[in-house]
Design a protein around this ligand. Structure first.
Ligand code: GDP
Ligand code: GDP
Length: 438
């Protein structure tokens, strides 16, 4: 289930990124074993009162340029309106209410989205200064006084946000629907693929979706199953956000990945793999989602008997950090192999949710440790006692050992490979969780 999203908007220099970093705190960690993932500090989980939300600092998306501040702010507010559950408008006590604040406030008000007004840089403790009251003029209710630098008021701010979030009933669709995020650079053919998959069915079924958040989801039922297609290209078009600002599309892709069961990473066969693909694919990997690499426009490639194999080899190298990912070569234009895509989606989704019995896992462990002896150091040998699956989506395996120090990454990798060799688990990342037993 996707986490609720809180988006931070406001003028430059009011303290949005300072607030973001304060709220995110220590949680901003980047998974190190995923090459290519250098996540921008604009989208991160934030935990409060035992619940987790995603925070977006919309101000971090594009560098401010003085002549177009207002249009940038509009664009960022638009993104927040489309994607967030709650929007925090940050203002600055020291500058007071400005025309730009008013502009964005009225835009947010019109959207009907819940908005929490933050007056930042209230650094003194005790009574609020008289300037604070001016912010009531924005018509957004009680302003929350905050000092992002010191951290005062951030708890009240999160409490105010959480009042607008229903943490219990967040699931938008029945479980039988497989949620499929279609991600990739502009022009790789995402919309064409969605259109090809939905055909005429789209018009009939699209009204099942409820909230504004689902506005661009397509619901699809056919002989293969039931699907929700999360079309990130559709979002972009609808909002008229400039296509050329790559960070917007990356951010939208992250959000789509969070909501999805299966990610289709669409690549243009005539262009090949790019840095942006590895960012988004790395994020899907990190989030434990099932993925498929879809090479589209296969019709436009001049081929001989070896072309697909050569292409596949190159891709295996590009995607070496997620060696489990299957490739499929399609044409959204002609429909070639699009039918096969459904089986693959169903398959990787099942693998992502798979449960393997403890008995079978321990048989595998006995075999694997007999085949390649665990490492030892200074006369002490790693011993692995027991393995059990702790959770699904993605499959996570707890392995109990005598010493975490001895349980090197390379042996963990070996066991991961053994698990995959024995049980398959194609298309899904898996997690190994080593535990020391006293
Ligand atoms: P952004 O452009 O809205 O992301 O603003 P920044 O987070 O970059 O902050 C702009 C400036 O305001 C920086 O110099 C911050 O140190 C300062 N600032 C941010 N929050 C506070 C605060 O609560 N109190 C004070 N005194 N300064 C702050
Ligand atoms: P998006 O931005 O990723 O949604 O890409 P579009 O679906 O808008 O497609 C971009 C361009 O690629 C359009 O001109 C499509 O007609 C073209 N296109 C999409 N899929 C295919 C395909 O399978 N083969 C060929 N030759 N062109 C395609």
């Amino acid at each position: 289930m996707a986490k609720p999203i809180i988006a931070i908007v406001g003028r430059p220099n009011v303290g949005k990124s300072t607030l973001f970093n304060k709220l995110v705190g220590q949680r901003l960690s980047i998974v190190k074993d995923t090459p290519g993932v250098t996540r921008d500090r604009i989208y991160s989980p934030c935990e409060w009162r035992g619940k987790e939300v995603m925070l977006v600092d919309t101000g971090g998306i594009e560098p401010y340029s003085n002549d177009v501040i207002l249009s940038q702010m509009r664009r960022q507010a638009q993104l927040a309106i489309e994607s967030a559950d709650v929007i925090v408008l940050v203002t600055d006590l020291r500058t007071g209410v400005t025309a730009n604040d008013q502009e964005v406030a009225s835009m947010l008000l019109k959207s009907g989205k819940p908005v929490v007004l933050c007056v930042n840089k209230v650094d003194t403790i005790g009574d609020v200064p008289p300037e604070y009251y001016e912010f009531y003029n924005l018509g957004l209710g009680d302003p929350i006084p905050v000092s992002s630098v010191h951290g005062h008021g951030t708890g009240d701010l999160l409490d105010a946000c959480f009042e607008h979030i229903d943490f219990e009933n967040r699931e938008e669709y029945d479980e039988e629907y497989i949620k499929v995020a279609i991600i990739g650079k502009p022009n790789v053919g995402k919309s064409s693929l969605v259109n090809r998959m939905t055909g005429q069915e789209r018009a009939i079924v699209s009204n099942i979706a409820g909230t504004t958040r689902d506005a661009t989801d397509s619901i699809l039922e056919n002989e293969h199953g039931k699907y929700v297609l999360i079309d990130t290209a559709g979002i972009r078009r609808k909002s008229r956000v400039d296509d050329d600002i790559e960070k917007y599309s990356v951010l939208r892709a992250y959000m789509a990945v969070d909501r999805a069961d299966v990610c289709l990473i669409v690549i243009d066969a005539t262009e090949g793999f790019t840095e942006q693909d590895s960012k988004v694919a790395g994020y899907a990997h990190e989030q434990g989602k099932a993925s498929i690499v879809v090479i589209n426009k296969w019709d436009a490639v001049e081929k001989d008997g070896k072309t697909m194999d050569e292409y596949r080899k190159k891709l295996e190298n590009d995607f070496s950090f997620m060696s489990y990912v299957p490739f499929i070569f399609i044409s959204a234009l002609t429909g070639q192999r699009v039918d096969k895509l459904y089986d693959l989606i169903n398959y990787v989704c099942e693998q992502n949710a798979r449960r393997i019995s403890t008995g079978m896992l321990n048989d595998m462990l006995a075999y694997a440790t007999a085949r390649v002896q665990p490492p030892s150091d200074k006369g002490k040998r790693l011993r692995l006692f027991y393995i059990t699956q702790a959770s699904t989506k993605p499959p996570a395996f707890v392995i109990f050992c005598n010493s975490l120090d001895l349980f090197h990454f390379s042996y963990q990798r070996y066991l991961e490979n053994q698990i995959r060799e024995t049980f398959g688990l194609d298309g899904t990342p898996i997690r190994i969780i080593p535990r020391e037993r006293g």
